[in-house]
Write a protein that binds this ligand. Structure first.
Ligand SMILES: [Mg+2]
Length: 219
């Protein structure tokens, strides 16, 4: 279930400028690298040979991945204890800083609710101190609700094709961009560049977002 749709005013968002909605894990931050380090401290290993998180966690030497339930428990532990160590994606904070004088920015993350404070502190520490919304499940309905609060162009960035498709279905006027931060994941990520522009470099992505937000007429 998604949280109740947040009020843009309550988030400090004007609704009077273009809006960027941006994901955290594998977009603003190098999630897989940090989660991999966290797993190693617990005696597990991450093998990145497909784009499927819970099929990538192994006991050392094991042929079969960890049962998905155990992987999900480790994922929850990571957000409780290990996510503060995540490195920001190179270029992300600078790109958002260039956009922020002319656009409102909202961070939309599917991190578990107990991670809210840690996630907000992480954003602040890395020059990404924008309003944070935690979501659960498909992001399309929330992106549509946010987009409905402004007459100006809206853009959305995520690493997951399913989330980009969700936003396309719920809010087709929102400009969509796929960004996969981890170079090991880039060749494995399902992608559909004919539907959602794929840009894995934040400098290029920032320019493309700027074009979408500042050169399109209000919808
Ligand atoms: Mg993500």
């Amino acid at each position: 279930m998604a949280e109740r749709t947040p009020d843009l005013g309550g988030l400090g968002i004007s609704g009077e400028r273009p809006l960027l909605i941006v994901d955290v894990d594998e977009v603003l931050g190098l999630f897989m690298a940090a989660f991999g380090r966290f797993l190693e401290t617990g005696g597990y290993e991450m093998r990145i040979d497909r784009y499927a998180l819970f099929q990538s966690i192994f006991r050392p030497g094991a042929a079969e991945h960890l049962p998905v339930d155990e992987g999900k428990a480790l994922f929850a532990d990571f957000f409780r204890y290990g996510a503060a160590d995540m490195e920001p994606t190179p270029g992300a904070a600078a790109a958002l800083a260039r956009l922020s004088p002319r656009a409102d920015i909202v961070v939309l993350s599917n991190a578990p609710q107990p991670a809210r404070m840690a996630r907000a502190r992480w954003l602040g520490r890395h020059g990404l101190d924008y309003p944070l919304i935690l979501n659960n499940g498909p992001k399309g309905p929330l992106a549509a609700a946010l987009a409905a609060r402004t007459a100006h162009p809206v853009a959305f960035v995520d690493d997951l094709l399913s989330q980009l498709d969700s936003v396309q279905a719920a809010a087709p006027a929102v400009a969509r961009f796929q960004h996969v931060a981890d170079p090991r994941l880039q060749p494995l990520a399902p992608t559909a560049p004919e539907r959602h522009l794929r840009l894995d470099d934040w400098t290029d992505l920032g320019c493309a977002i700027g074009e979408a937000l500042f050169t399109r007429p209000p919808s």
